[in-house]
Ligand binder design. Structure first.
Ligand code: NAD
Ligand code: LMR
Length: 329
């Protein structure tokens, strides 16, 4: 193998998402079956030993694509040379907690990580923030990395996107492969807006095909938006394997491109499209090509969708104002 390994930094490596994610990265599912990877894992000192155990298991898988695993408790070392940075480590929401409660606890983690990415990551670094509140954590990290182009900081709404695909496929009795152009707008929170009006089943409008406004409004939207809480209620812990799977999908699509005629959902820095204030990291329909994303333009937004997009975007603006007040940006 002659290709230089791609350096992938993963924070929170000893956590439950980390455990579901690392083996898939090392097996080639993140970047492709012919791309060797070098893992740099970041953990807090108390969890380094557990991360070492995971690294032993990675060794034991004898993945041909894995060029090595290093473990750090210092962000400056962990992000050194990172081409891809998966910011997973954070305090997960537990029963009864809302994301707003997490802002202060987690905000402090993402400032030094943004600074470390700015100082030492590779010039082409791509950042995905998974740790909640993901959009605002991504904003904090991005604001502390002034030398990295803002568009390289993204947050994960691909899990919500995949949840929406699954719910729609069940309702319509079709395969997820028959669905295109699903969109999650706004925040990765219960205010998010999963949009069926632009989604298509076998090339036809999903909303028209389903033709059930009550299901769309009273079942589909709340089921998708509150799925994270439902998983916590059922499992007693937040989603892990599905979150890891969505992180793999997010980066894979970013690097390898969306299919012709399709798009995906990513939380990206707004350029003011669709009335989302510039600078907020909000979920949009995006296409990707050659490692770059673009917000899909020109979609018609009716009053029903407008109200829901605005509610979620207002929440993002409130989170931004809250972290500003805390001096985190
Ligand atoms: P977990 O508690 O199992 O693991 C988190 C890990 O992060 C722990 O090992 C902890 O030691 C580590 N950590 C804490 N602070 C750190 C720091 N400063 N640097 C490096 N590592 C640090 O949690 P989990 O279930 O793996 O979830 C991780 C995060 O992902 C949570 O915030 C959770 O809410 C979020 N999440 C997001 C989505 C999404 O769709 N965006 C989905 C599921 C979970
Ligand atoms: C999820 O969507 O499963 C996670 O973000 C967990 C949560 O806190 O909702």
């Amino acid at each position: 193998m002659t290709r230089t390994p791609v350096t992938v930094t993963v924070t929170g490596a000893a956590g439950q998402i980390g455990y579901a994610l690392l083996f898939r990265i090392a097996s080639g599912q993140l970047l492709g079956p012919d791309v060797p990877v070098r893992l740099r894992l970041l953990e807090i000192p108390q969890a380094v030993k557990a991360a070492e155990g995971t690294a032993m298991e990675l060794d034991d898988c004898a993945f041909p694509l894995l060029a090595g695993t290093d473990i750090f408790d210092d962000p400056n070392q962990a992000f050194q040379g990172a081409n891809v940075a998966l910011l997973v480590g954070a305090r997960p929401r537990t029963k009864g907690m809302e994301r707003g409660d997490l802002l202060e606890a987690n905000g402090g983690i993402f400032k030094p990580q943004g600074e470390a990415i700015n100082a030492g990551a590779a010039d082409d670094v791509k950042v995905l923030v998974v740790g909640n509140p993901a959009n605002t954590n991504a904003l904090i990290a991005q604001q502390h990395a002034p030398d990295v182009p803002a568009e390289r900081f993204t947050a994960m709404t691909r899990l919500d996107h995949n949840r929406a695909l699954a719910q729609l496929s069940k309702k319509a009795g079709v395969s997820v492969a028959d669905i295109r152009r699903m969109t999650i707008w706004g925040n990765h929170s219960a205010t998010q807006y999963p949009d069926l009006f632009h989604a298509e089943i076998a090339g036809k409008s999903a909303a028209e095909t389903v033709n059930d406004k009550s299901w769309l409004e009273n079942d589909f939207i709340p089921t998708v938006a509150k799925r994270g809480a439902a998983i916590i209620e059922a499992r007693g812990a937040s989603s892990a394997a599905s979150a890891a799977s969505a992180a793999i999908d997010h980066v894979h699509t970013w690097v390898n491109g969306t299919a012709d005629g399709d798009w995906t959902s990513m939380a990206v820095v707004s350029d003011g499209s669709y009335g989302v204030p510039e600078g907020l990291i909000s979920s949009f329909p995006v296409t990707t090509k050659d490692g770059k994303w673009e917000i899909v333009q020109g979609l018609e937004i009716d009053d029903f969708s407008r109200a829901r997009i605005d509610a979620s975007v207002n929440e993002l603006a409130e989170e931004r104002d809250a972290v500003r007040k805390l001096g985190l940006i």
